[in-house]
Design a protein around this ligand. Structure first.
Ligand code: NDP
Ligand code: GDR
Length: 356
């Protein structure tokens, strides 16, 4: 068992929670940064929390924010990490068009602040740094599949901010010799995926429609294609990237791509419904083939000013040098997410019935 210490920003997010679990299982001491919020925001890591008054714990949460340099310097100083995983970000592409400045501040400058904290504290040779880079960097299609050598063409304020974060990570590696790596991760999902990303939005709606609690699922672009994997596999990849002797930039992907439309079809099929598509563009609808009920409609509000049409990654380098590969297949991912949301809806209805 290792006695390494890790600091994770974004620990309350989907990946942060999976990564914290993985590192604790490996024997790490884990420090996580959570934001102050007016309501609880730690649901994904609540089961890891142990009251320090009751017994010793290897899991510690601290308040912090990527927009606050002094806070980040203090957190690095106090937690004395061997490894820093920078997962915190305003991570929603569509929201970044509405909050571009904040997204730049948290996602781009936030990364710089953390790297500067390492330098200010003289930890250049003592800490390994992981940056949560993204397939959104590829943006407008330049070549497929996308690999570590494919040129970037960001298509949103989010992707532009992550482009800065990517290059400042490379620069601090080259300028100061910091073991700083980028994981260029393609979309990865799971039952705890944020509710407004398309996969979770679909699986929640499918479960709610099945229980008669919702009638219609409203979506935007059904033809965007994504390379979707399972978050559990991808946090294992993050860890392997940091363990590699030489800091570098790595693509983690499944090498398969599927349109949003197919995700919708598979999700409904999991509960025995077949979707028939009719119409085109904003008038397209998805009907239940048996009952004729309209289950899917288009709402143009969900179209993005600039879209990323096609993502498909080439994970060869990670496979050959890190021994990393995804283990969850697309169809199993959809199935797991639908089943988890059905169970959630059932638990919530049960709770409501009991309190009525
Ligand atoms: P989530 O949106 O689920 O989690 C983001 C985390 O960042 C949350 O803990 C959030 O806190 C925190 N956060 C947001 N803003 C700040 C801030 N200003 N200061 C401190 N913390 C902040 O994202 P994922 O877990 O899905 O993704 C993790 C990282 O990987 C992100 O950087 C994302 O951009 C990147 N990425 C994700 C991919 C994916 O498919 N999931 C693919 C490629 C990259 P709170 O819980 O309070 O909101
Ligand atoms: P993405 O994920 O933008 O790829 O970013 P998201 O699930 O939001 O969108 C995927 C695709 O689905 C289309 N889409 C919709 N998207 C949402 N959210 N809601 C809808 O109703 C809807 N209808 C269609 C989108 O247009 C898009 O093409 C995610 C985030 O996790 C980023 O942080 C990460 O960097 C990338 O994945 C890799």
């Amino acid at each position: 068992m290792s006695t390494k210490t890790a600091l994770i920003t974004g620990i309350t997010g989907q990946d942060g929670a999976y990564l914290a679990r993985l590192l604790l299982d490996k024997g790490y001491i884990v420090h996580g940064v959570k934001r102050r919020s007016s309501s609880f925001n730690t649901a994904r890591v609540d089961d890891l929390y142990v009251d320090p008054h009751e017994r010793d714990t290897r899991f510690h949460l601290h308040y912090g924010d990527m927009t606050d340099s002094t806070n980040l310097i203090r957190l690095v100083q106090e937690s004395k990490p061997d490894e820093i995983y920078n997962l915190a970000a305003q991570s929603h592409v569509q929201v970044s068009f509405e909050t571009p400045e904040y997204t730049g501040n948290a996602d781009a400058l936030g990364t710089l602040r953390l790297l500067e904290a390492i330098r200010i504290l003289g930890l250049d040779n003592a800490v390994r740094f992981y940056q949560a880079s993204t397939s959104e960097l590829y943006g407008k299609v330049q070549e497929v599949p996308q690999s570590e050598t494919t040129p970037f063409y960001p298509r949103s304020p989010y992707a532009a901010a992550k482009l800065y974060a990517y290059w400042i990570t490379v620069n601090y590696r080259e300028a100061y010799g910091i073991h700083a790596s980028n994981g260029i991760l393609f979309n990865h999902e799971g039952p705890t995926r944020g509710e407004t990303f398309v996969t979770r939005k679909i699986t929640r709606a499918v479960a709610a429609i099945d229980k008669g609690l919702q009638q219609t699922l409203f979506l935007g672009n059904l033809d965007a294609k994504r390379d979707w994997g399972h978050a559990r596999d991808y946090v294992e990849g993050m860890w392997r990237i940091v363990q590699h002797d030489v800091a570098d930039d790595w693509v983690l992907a499944t090498g398969e791509t599927h349109p949003v439309r197919e995700f919708v079809e598979l999700a409904f099929a999991e509960l025995g419904r077949t979707i028939e598509w009719q119409g085109t563009g904003v008038d397209e609808i998805g009907r239940d083939a048996k009952t004729g009920d309209v289950l899917v409609k288009i709402d143009p509000r969900y179209f993005r000013p600039t879209e990323v049409d096609l993502l498909i990654g080439d994970p060869t380098k990670a496979k050959e040098k890190l021994g990393w590969t995804h283990t969850t297949k697309f169809a199993d991912l959809v199935s797991e997410m639908v089943r988890a949301d059905v169970a959630l809806v059932e638990r919530e209805s049960w709770r409501k019935d009991r309190s009525a």
